[in-house]
Design a protein around this ligand. Structure first.
Ligand SMILES: CCCCCCCCCCCCC[C@@H](O)CC(=O)SCCNC(=O)CCNC(=O)[C@H](O)C(C)(C)COP(=O)(O)OP(=O)(O)OC[C@H]1O[C@@H](n2cnc3c(N)ncnc32)[C@H](O)[C@@H]1OP(=O)(O)O
Length: 353
């Protein structure tokens, strides 16, 4: 079979070369850049001389990257090649005389200043979109933190006022007076697991997951589903410890969203977890332990077992396993928060010197 050369049209930008090969329904494409910076093209297709094998080679003026992007359509083969260095070329090939099969692709053609203008427009658009994204992200995070701050502040103030007015009696109806708001805040807190997954915040996924899953187990499974637990003093201690940290953490994040920092607030965010976290886990553990006999008695959430193994597995067995997990979770998050604290104060010291 006779080997022919197709018509090839070219255009460039600062970073890439575009080739349009006039071959319809091209098959068996073999396109590569060889070590001598030469593009080798071979394909079977329908060109100016009908259905044939067509081939050509082009030695480029300057080095190009070996990887090639190409697409064969019913009408043509489009090839995109990246230049090794982003620079405008005076011509396409090393040889000064233009190969006869090669011509400018006027559909894509731009001269150097037009290409620069195109780059500037792209850059402008990119920075516009990027700053719009940053604005949206900041707005969303600010609103999220504000809503959580207001929610937890409401819980904290409500509990504090009731404690002052009713004294120890307030321990017994914490759940009925604050549970709706706590449900709302803790459901919203699921976004704290989603945010790092979407790359919106730098928080680690696992520490956030442990925090949210841990609290929601206590709130929805232990307190929410067992009426017998709802008027116990342990609810007061759990809710009070949770809201105490959050009324400092969320305003700290809000200020970070607008690029501000209050030293005292930062210190509180990165310090009060040291006593609060272990106390929180102890309070949560007490709640779990108190719920065990209730789950045994009511058989709520018990898992049916095959007849040979007995009637059913009490949910309290799963909660006993969860108790061990809680201390593992405490260890992981304590270490995480300790590292965050060190990172924060070490980087501050470095900036001062
Ligand atoms: C795998 C299955 C697990 C199953 C779970 C079973 C185990 C259960 C164990 C449960 C134990 C939990 C007990 C707990 O519930 C008890 C208590 O809470 S008691 C009260 C005391 N608690 C605390 O002090 C913990 C408070 N919580 C947290 O601090 C966070 O939730 C935590 C994820 C633990 C850590 O926070 P983070 O990693 O986010 O640290 P940073 O604050 O330093 O943030 C890092 C950077 O991200 C930016 N960021 C983060 N979030 C936001 C936001 N919402 N808006 C804006 N910016 C945000 C932040 O500014 C930092 O940026 P930069 O580094 O630039 O400063």
């Amino acid at each position: 079979m006779q080997i022919l050369t197709p018509h090839v049209y070219w255009a460039q930008r600062h970073g890439e070369i575009y080739l349009r090969v006039e071959l319809s329904d091209a098959k068996n494409l073999d396109i590569n850049v060889q070590e001598n910076n030469t593009l080798q093209f071979r394909a079977l297709g329908h060109g100016a001389k009908g259905e044939h094998e067509y081939e050509f080679s082009l030695e480029f003026l300057e080095p190009v990257r070996p990887e090639i992007n190409h697409k064969s359509t019913q009408r043509q083969v489009d090839i995109k090649i990246k230049k090794q260095e982003e620079r405008w070329w005076d011509r396409l090939t090393l040889q000064e005389k233009k190969p006869v099969f090669l011509a400018p692709d006027f559909d894509r053609w731009l001269d150097e200043s037009d290409a620069e203008m195109e780059n500037e427009i792209k850059l402008y658009l990119f920075s516009y979109i990027f700053s719009a994204y940053l604005g949206l992200k900041r707005g969303y995070l600010f609103m999220y933190n504000l809503v959580q701050f207001l929610g937890f502040s409401w819980i904290f103030v409500n509990m504090t006022v009731r404690l002052f007015i009713l004294g120890q009696d307030s321990f017994y109806d914490t759940f009925h007076s604050t549970a709706d708001m706590m449900y709302f805040c803790q459901m919203m807190a699921v976004l704290e697991v989603v945010n790092p997954l979407l790359g919106l915040v730098k928080t680690g996924f696992f520490p956030a997951m442990i925090q949210v899953a841990g609290r929601n187990t206590i709130l929805f499974v232990i307190f929410g589903s067992l009426e017998e637990m709802q008027n116990r003093p342990v609810v007061f201690f759990v809710f009070y410890l949770w809201s105490t940290i959050e009324i400092f953490r969320y305003p700290f994040y809000m200020l970070a969203c607008i690029g501000t920092e209050w030293k005292l607030l930062t210190w509180l965010r990165y310090s009060i977890w040291i006593p609060l976290y272990p106390l929180g886990v102890i309070a949560e553990a007490v709640a779990v332990i108190q719920s065990l006999p209730i789950f045994d008695e009511t058989r709520l959430f018990s898992l049916p077992l095959p007849a040979v193994m007995g009637q059913s597995l009490s949910f309290s067995c799963i909660l006993q396993l969860y108790l061990a997990l809680m201390f593992l979770g405490l260890f992981i998050n304590f270490r995480h928060l300790y590292k965050q604290r060190r990172r924060r104060y070490r980087s501050r010291k470095r900036k001062v010197h």
